[in-house]
Ligand binder design. Sequence first.
Ligand code: BG6
Length: 518
Amino acid sequence: MATSTTVQFKNPLEDLERQAKTVDPCIMVIFGATGDLTGRKLLPALYNLASDGELPAHFACIGFARRPKSNEDFRNEMRKAVDSYSRVQPVDTNTWNSFSESIFYHRSEFDDDKGYEELRNLLDSLDQRLGTQKNRLYYLSTPPSYFAQIIEKLHKHKLLYEFSEKSQPWSRVIIEKPFGHDLTSAQQLQTEITHYLNEQQIYRIDHYLGKETVQNLLVFRFTNPIFESLWNNRHIDHIQMTVSEDIGIGTRGHFFEEAGNLRDIIQNHMMQLLSLVTMEPPNHLNAASIRSEKVKLMDAIRQYKPSQLGSNIVRGQYGPGIINGEQVLGYRQEKDVDPKSDVETYVALELFIDNWRWAGVPFYLRAGKRLPKRATEIAITFKRAPAFIQQFDEKRTTANILVIRIQPDEGISLKFNCKVPGLHAPLQPVKMDFLYGAYFGATPPEAYERLLCDCMAGDNTLFASVDEVIASWKLFTPVLDYWKAHPSTNFPNYAAGTWGPSESDELIERSGRQWRLI
Ligand code: BG6
């Protein structure tokens, strides 16, 4: 564990301004701590931070949940989870032993006043024992319907402090997605929680923003003028974005039946990627400036006309099929899924951004479960050379394509045409390829490590602002309403292990383009 009271911690975007943040001593309380996220992501992230010396020395983590459990039980379960999911392997027994002494479990219902009173006593006694200086990070990892209630109870039991710029001690709340399930519910949730919290205390987490390759989007665009000068409708033909997952729903049937792919991936992760790729350069490299450019961009996305809702957005659901040589179930056969479910596991869409930079450039987004492979990428296709130049070899020349691979094989490649050596040789497209792993060697921190540290440091740059979330719901709520009013007639419409329904190909082929082969 770290030996100093505070840890100096850098936000990579702010590296450009050479500023460092301080991660304060604090206690993190995870509501819904027996859920999947705690074992898979949060505790491994905290352990990795401890093992890299990035956690404050004066730190504790309390799991708050409804199931009865002792501290010892919780620690043992978390040890197993960290063994399975930690980035740093193998888990070091000494580091774990010392770290695990700062983990506690508190059993309570989310609406039980007594449970919050007991939590307050536990927090006070840990402050005294561990020197955590009354700073509080509350992580809401419960079903979304509990968010407002938990915040109200925290307020009632004086577990939230008034916000002020220099407030010490501080209290901050991380809220897992989805923030609302449509425009009205998101606005209502915002109203409810801002009775008790200042916007500066609210950290709406979208773990895509914590990924190294996503953070690098701004660095890549704004520190490399050769790309930025081409980043517009004069040079770019179209942009494709893909979030392809080979996994199915696993044990998350209940959650996914409520969410669906549009709410789970497109409305948040993909809109964040889209805004980072297309926003204007911020005036300053701070949260307010970056967030305001993202909101401006989202506001410029053309709303769908009612007549386009059936054709410009395609939905799909996987049936049984074969993934990596193994037969897998269809969505409707998965655990906790309605056998007649109308929930989409695949979405493809076309959208336009009505501003000077992007007018006329189509954007094609697709995201799906049980596709042939795991791959998240952004492909920027530049305009082709004029026709008379293509006489070199029309069939072989290609458009320049810049591909930003978010995961896996994180990297950036550029495709261009080249003459094959020889007297009569034709042309051939070739690729310049940069691979993070090969170049930098070390495994980058997991998204949750970065984001937890940022929250402890009071830096909300890599969290979604309410305006971004609302702008995104404004775009997609009419789509959800349309789907509700027009249930699918052909689900399942793609077999697991294929690239989605045929309507998705038709969507992009209407403009004479094609999805990239990944
Ligand atoms: C989560 C979604 O936010 O992101 C999951 O709820 C999805 O359905 C996951 O599988 C994908 O995250 P990653 O980091 O594996 O791309």
